[in-house]
Ligand binder design. Structure first.
Ligand SMILES: Cc1cc2nc3c(=O)[nH]c(=O)nc-3n(C[C@H](O)[C@H](O)[C@H](O)COP(=O)(O)OP(=O)(O)OC[C@H]3O[C@@H](n4cnc5c(N)ncnc54)[C@H](O)[C@@H]3O)c2cc1C
Ligand code: FES
Ligand code: FES
Length: 1333
């Protein structure tokens, strides 16, 4: 790692003092004299300038949490360019002369909030708020460039920003308020807007058209006034016009060439390739040359007779704009390559990366999955190079792409520009790509293809095909193309081409990246698409000679349905008799909404660095099962800044803690049982020092057998945690004897990463007396943190106070592992008497903390020919990982909820938690139900197929009806379940759309649609009375203001907002009079974990109770002075505790484990591309019975956010492990959560009118988790579409599809002549790159 210092960073101009001058925010003029070339803008903003609004989410450009706006003045064009950028990849030395606007600069509560901030907050576009500043910056920058953007521009601008909470719909809603034609899709098909016509040209659902109160009111929004925006700092403009003599800025190409004489120095343009290599792969560059946009030759745009020349320094976003303009002006036959490039530039990365990354950097990086290089290669592009020796041109061909020395850049040479020739008449170029997610995801395979026929003829004169993603670099199928020259463009040629390509572009079974058979299939599926596309154009050019395609096959060429998003939410307005100041039932904005959007909301790592603060970094195991032979700490300890390394030795006697059933060790230095296990922890003066030292700890392992990674291996080795769970109802064996048919099947379901946007964060601060310690932590369970820290420090709990202001997303992942890490951090703090901070990087977090349990479900169903299921025997196996954690409870919940919405008269469900050598899996939203429910629904889908009925018919037939009994003999009233189902049928126009889907499928061979509806019964409760309790503390101060504290954690669900609503109603005072500071063990002791959809229920009852107690005590005083104010009445406070009584007896299989049931139904429609496996969710309708909503805006947010998270779980989120148990997917670049492009084109959410009163909080229901399961409606809709494809191809047998239903699984299930053509590897003949666990 180079030591900090400017001399090495700007070696080009030796001898000059290095200065960085830039403007950050409206008023901060930064001159940095000693710029560390490796310092990125993000830590600089957060730690040096204390501007903590910009967040860290991944550090690799993949999440958008760190988005800022960069503005640069170009002295040549005299124009200012504003663009969004990822601060985590922006070296501060690249910012010389730039103005940086962060979220603080856009607006604040102290000055004036910006309309973007106001609207995102008021449209309920924030939950945990951690992604929000990044979202605001992306929208803000777009509006700076386009004050009235189109919806396409808006969704494009948000493509690089991830949100794990909201499901994006409310953010899109906020954005739409800036569009001219707000609310409309703006793509008028047949002159009719989407709002005027139903999907598939069906009449719109009846219920949805009825007006429902709005979740926000546009009338109150501040207007957007572009004249009010910050101006570009004039001093930077002057500086750009007249560069001071003694700054190290490359103004001319000559200066750059002099610098480039150093052969080791890479030119860093966007740093989107170099940056991640340095950060994640340990690449080392003693010298780097950082360029900004000033060099004229690198920004050139030349239109010549034979093509376009584009400067290598142009950003990909600029290239996109230029090409978009060019294709408007030139005839289509000349712009084939430009069209193809534009297609890929539309999906390549997010807007921020496209604005940072340069064309030259993209080309020279030669990434194996580069989207542009295959197209530039087939497009016969040439590269204009320059060195001190002079200019030369080289072709961008296969030799260049494979870095063949004779065809590569020489040391000292730079790429100045690229010539992209015009296409000719009878020449056609196409681009293809398939990724795990539609946008902002590297391609699994991509391709550029070009054919030239010469005048007329239809005979191939030239053919070029290049692929990305199938080798170490872009691969050209040169020999195949050569052999096809001279052949006519017909079916025989297609067949020969496919065989040649498969032969030439061969992928071994073990190829890195896995998905080998899918990739092989894509190679030829893409060529088939190209064949069809060219055939179709030939037909339009010469219909006589080229008969063209059958209509049915044309669908292969159309893009998946992609109209702009719109959605509706329908909820019941409050009773008109309700007092206007009573906020219960009203869509109140999240209490922290504005603070989220202004970046003022404080998260754990936003707390300022304390005096003497140290940083702790973990060293983790790199083996799945091994004895640790030795650990050598010497080198690490000798590094500057290293203070200590905490090992098991230090923790003697306190190295384990029992939260639930089995104690878990904090650190392990003897025998590790998974990759990512905590071995020791380095404590150093700074984060950089701690992390560098952690890499220098040398561990010698002796591998142990067996290494058990998969559920199947665990079953083979009988590797289970103690405590099988079994539930039995009726007599299953007897019932099997009387049924018409018996079906056996199984489904495997992959795990899921929490992907909370704020990684695990904690700060332990010793108080200096009486062994007291304050722990600030991002946790769902402060009491547990308090207990584990107290036990580790051997002090009573009353010495340790845990404080949680807010959590940037948790979803179950901030309970157990957080506690262990907090205990070690607190131990280090206590030992050294100094504050210690520990913030995990995204990759570490994903590696260490586990996630949702992968499941294997085996089932045997006995049913009658009419679809009635009389007996169901199910086995659940969950992959618990290396320690027990919460696995038994997850398993238990899965077993208890196996019936979902169905009355199976005879049911047996058994479950085992498998002990494997994976990081321990833990709680994740839904807690076993999303897995258990999928297994049951899959069984029903198969039963329906066997009976020749629609799955919906079989679902309805087997559903609970009215009053009944669950398998654990708890009474259930299913009236609202049936109601939700019926409403969802009606709202989604299910029957009409089913017919439309069938019609579509009969008319299209390569695209299929699918429709599916699933019901939901989600029992709410913890299974034990003790776990269903909560407490609250309400203070009324002498000035009449109220402070509410309760045991719940604000992690995005809006619980604090709801609690203030409760206090406001109960105390009959405005919400503005009530405050909530955060959660602490100091104010509410012994609070339960925040989770299981119960946080608002339980804490709300406690707040209500406390308020009522206070009112009761004050009644005599109030009655004496009824006209008085709160100030006159109060002198008192109250703590109150209230909860539910729940229990379960596993011996008898009976109990009342849940307090109540949430019912719902969801209907989804998808379209799939049978040739690539891509899918698009066209529309989802959700109906939920949520009782009396306390806050419909927050509740809609919970339902939608959970639904989108569930959709991700069942379709695209795929964890990949090596055969050695190493998690590959450790960041947003490899692990894909849904992005804005994945939101259903239409999303309608409706609440059932409240019909029953209950003893829950104001008869409301908890909603945090249930929506996740509804995401499986998308899984079954895809299932339906795949089945249609298979049926058309004559494949009528059973269809086994596992979850997640990724493009790979969809494509491979749509078997056809191409899947038959690919070579298959003998199982066992190779070691695959990854294994399903
Ligand atoms: C989050 C993320 C998502 C991405 N998604 C995609 C995607 O979907 N599809 C895709 O194709 N790519 C994707 N990429 C890759 C991206 O396209 C490249 O990283 C980018 O184009 C590199 O450009 P740069 O200017 O940032 O290169 P830099 O990192 O600045 O430089 C890269 C290399 O090029 C050299 N170089 C740069 N300019 C010159 C020059 N003028 N002369 C000689 N050498 C030069 C440098 O020395 C260095 O070795 C993604 C990257 C990130 C970080
Ligand atoms: S933190 Fe920069 S993109 Fe994720
Ligand atoms: S609100 Fe977007 S990540 Fe939480």
């Amino acid at each position: 790692m180079p030591s900090p210092g400017c001399c090495r960073s700007v070696a080009a101009l030796p001898g000059c003092p290095h200065r960085l001058a830039s403007e950050v925010c409206p008023c901060l003029h930064v001159i940095e004299k000693n710029v560390d070339p490796e310092t990125m803008l993000l830590p600089y903003l957060r730690k040096k300038l204390q501007l903590t609004g910009t967040k860290y989410g991944c550090g690799g450009g993949g999440c958008g949490a760190c988005t800022v706006m960069i503005s640069r003045y170009n002295p040549i064009t005299k124009r200012i360019r504003h663009y969004p950028a990822n601060a985590c990849l922006l070296p501060i030395c690249s910012l010389h002369g730039a103005a940086v606007t962060t979220v603080e600069g856009v607006g604040s509560t102290k000055a004036r909030i910006h309309p973007v901030q106001e609207r995102v907050a008021k449209c309920h576009g924030t939950q945990c708020g951690f992604c929000t500043p990044g979202m605001v910056m992306s929208i803000y920058t777009l509006l700076r460039n386009h004050p009235e953007p189109t919806l396409d521009q808006l969704t494009d601008a948000l493509g690089g920003n991830l949100c794990r909470c909201t499901g994006y719909r409310p953010i899109i809603d906020a954005c739409k308020t800036f569009c001219k034609t707000s609310g409309c899709c703006q793509s008028k098909e047949n002159g009719v807007c989407c709002l005027d016509q139903g999907i598939n040209e069906l009449p719109e659902f009846e219920e949805g058209n009825k007006t429902s109160p709005k979740l926000f009111s546009e009338e109150e929004f501040l207007p957007l006034d572009p004249t009010q925006e910050l101006i570009f700092p004039p001093e930077l403009m002057i500086m750009a016009e007249k560069q001071p003599q003694r700054t190290r800025v490359f103004l001319t190409l000559k200066e750059l060439l002099e610098a480039k004489e150093n052969p080791q120095a890479p030119i860093v343009m966007g740093n989107t390739s170099v940056g991640p290599e340095v950060r994640f792969k340990g690449a080392f560059h003693p010298v780097i040359i950082s360029l900004n946009e000033c060099i004229e030759e690198l920004s050139v745009v030349n239109h010549a007779d034979d093509g376009l020349t584009l400067g290598a320094g142009l950003s990909l976003a600029q290239v996109k704009e230029i090409l978009a303009e060019v294709i408007q002006k030139l005839p289509e036959e000349k712009t084939q390559t430009y069209h193809a490039l534009l297609k890929h530039l539309g999906t390549l990365a997010g807007c921020q990366i496209r604005n940072m990354a340069s064309l030259g950097g993209h080309i020279v990086s030669r990434h194996l999955d580069s989207d542009l290089n295959p197209l530039l290669a087939v497009g016969n592009c040439t590269l204009n190079l320059l060195s001190k020796e002079g200019e030369r041109q080289i072709p961008l061909n296969e030799q260049f792409l494979t870095k063949c020395p004779s065809a590569d850049l020489k040391p000292g040479e730079i790429l100045v520009s690229v010539n992209i020739p015009y296409s000719r008449k009878w020449e056609f170029v196409s681009a293809f790509r398939q990724a795990q997610r539609q946008q902002n995801a590297l391609a699994i395979v991509n391709s550029g293809m070009r054919v030239f026929f010469g005048e007329g003829g239809g005979i191939i004169r030239e053919l070029s095909i290049a692929y990305g993603g199938v080798g170490p670099t872009t691969i050209c199928a040169k020999n195949s193309c050569q052999k096809l020259i001279g052949r006519p463009w017909n079916e025989e040629m297609l067949d020969a081409a496919c065989r040649l390509i498969l032969d030439e572009v061969s992928l071994p079974g073990w190829a890195p990246g896995g998905k080998v058979e899918f990739k092989r299939t894509l190679l030829i599926s893409f060529f088939f698409k190209f064949y069809l596309k060219v055939s179709q154009i030939l037909k339009t050019m010469d219909p006589v000679r080229y008969p063209g395609l059958a209509d049915k096959y044309e669908s292969a060429l159309e893009d998946l349905h992609s109209r702009n998003h719109w959605g509706t939410s329908k909820y019941q307005d409050v009773d008109p008799k309700q007092l206007p100041q009573d906020p219960i039932g009203r869509p109140i904005m999240h209490l922290s909404g504005i603070k989220h959007t202004t970046g003022e909301a404080i998260y754990c790592d936003d707390m300022p660095v304390l005096d003497g603060e140290l940083f702790l970094a973990f060293v983790t195991s790199s083996r799945a099962h091994a004895e640790i032979v030795s650990i050598d700490l010497s080198e690490a300890l000798s590094l500057p800044g290293v203070v200590d390394i905490v090992t098991e030795e230090d923790l003697r006697g306190v190295n384990s803690f029992c939260l639930l059933i089995e104690p878990e060790k904090l650190l392990e230095t003897q025998e590790v049982s998974c990759v990512g296990q905590l071995v020791c922890a380095v404590v150093a003066d700074s984060e950089v020092q701690a992390k560098q030292a952690a890499k220098k700890v040398k561990i010698v392992y002796q591998d142990l057998e067996p290494v058990i990674l998969t559920i199947e291996e665990a079953i083979r080795h009988h590797s289970f945690f103690q405590g099988e769970r079994k539930l039995e109802y009726g007599n299953v064996d007897e019932a099997f004897k009387v049924v018409d048919q018996i079906l056996e099947g199984e489904i495997h379901m992959g795990g899921q990463e929490h992907f909370y946007m704020e990684t695990q964060s904690m700060l332990a601060v010793p108080k200096g007396e009486d062994q007291e310690m304050d722990v600030y932590v991002s946790s769902q369970f402060p009491k547990y943190i308090q207990d584990i820290v107290a036990a580790t420090l051997k002090v009573p709990a009353n010495k340790i106070m845990c404080h949680v202001k807010r959590v940037g997303g948790a979803f179950g992942g901030k309970v157990t592992k957080t506690g262990i890490m907090a205990a070690i951090t607190a131990f280090a703090a206590n030992k050294h008497g100094r504050p210690v901070r520990c913030i995990l990087e995204r990759g570490e977090d994903m590696l260490i903390t586990g996630g949702r349990h992968p499941y294997l479900g085996k089932y045997k169903a006995g049913f009658m020919n009419d679809g009635r299921i009389l007996a169901l025997d199910v086995e659940h196996y969950c992959n618990g990982g290396s320690t027990l954690d919460e696995s038994l409870f997850v398993l238990e919940t899965g077993v208890l909820k196996v019936d979902n919405a169905y009355k199976f008269p005879n049911l047996r469900c058994q479950g085992w938690a498998c002990k494997t050598n994976l990081p321990s899996n833990t709680a994740l939203r839904g807690f076993g139900f999303p897995q258990s429910g999928l297994i049951t629904e899959n069984c029903i889908t198969e039963v329906a197929a066997k009976c020749g009925l629609s799955p919906e018919k079989v679902r309805m037939m087997n559903m609970y009806k009215e009053i009944d009994q669950t398998p654990y003999k708890q009474e259930i009233d299913a009236t609202n379940l049936i109601q939700c189902w019926k409403e969802c049928m009606a709202m989604s126009s299910y029957s009409l759309r089913k017919v439309a889907v069938e019609k579509f499928n009969s008319e299209n061979y390569w695209k299929k649609k699918g429709l599916a509806m699933v019901p939901l019964k989600f029992p709410v409760g913890f299974g034990s009375t003790a776990a269903c309790q909560a407490a609250a503390l309400v203070h009324i101060y002498l000035d009449g203001s109220v402070l509410v504290t309760h045991g719940g954690i604000e992690m995005g669900q809006g619980v604090h907002t709801k609690m203030i609503q409760v206090a406001s109603r109960e105390l009959r005072m405005p919400m503005s009079n009530v405050h909530l500071r955060g959660t602490s063990t100091e104010t509410v002791p012994n609070a339960n974990v925040s989770g299981a959809s119960l946080v608002a229920d339980l804490n709300g009852l406690a707040v209500k109770d406390a308020c009522q107690t206070l009112l009761k005590r004050l009644e005599p005083i109030i009655s004496k002075n009824p006209k008085g104010t709160w100030k006159d009445w109060v002198r008192i406070n109250s703590v109150s505790s209230r909860g539910y009584e729940t229990h379960m007896n596993w011996e008898t299989g009976e109990g009342h484990p849940f307090e109540y049931f949430v019912f719902g139904a969801a209907c989804s429609e998808v379209e799939i591309d049978c040739l690539t496996g891509a899918h698009k969710n066209i529309r989802t309708d959700i109906v939920m019975d949520i009782g009396h909503s306390i806050n419909p805006a927050l509740d809609v947010g919970q339902i939608e956010g959970a639904f989108i998270q569930g959709m991700g779980l069942y379709t695209i989120e795929e964890l990949k492990y090596s055969p050695q148990g190493v998690l590959y997917t450790r960041g947003p670049d490899q692990y894909k959560i849904p992005a804005v492009s994945d939101v259903p084109t239409e999303l309608h959410v409706s609440f059932l009118p409240p019909s029953q009163n209950s003893n829950t909080l104001y008869s409301s229901k908890g909603l945090g988790e249930p929506g996740v399961f509804l995401g499986c409606s998308v899984f079954f809709a895809i299932h339906d579409a795949v089945r249609a494809a298979r049926q058309e191809r004559g494949l009528l047998g059973p269809l086994k599809l596992d979850s997640p239903l990724t493009p790979e699984k969809i494509r491979m299930a749509c078997e056809d002549k191409f899947t038959k053509m690919i070579p298959r590897d003998e199982p066992g003949s190779y070691v695959p790159w990854n294994i399903p666990v």
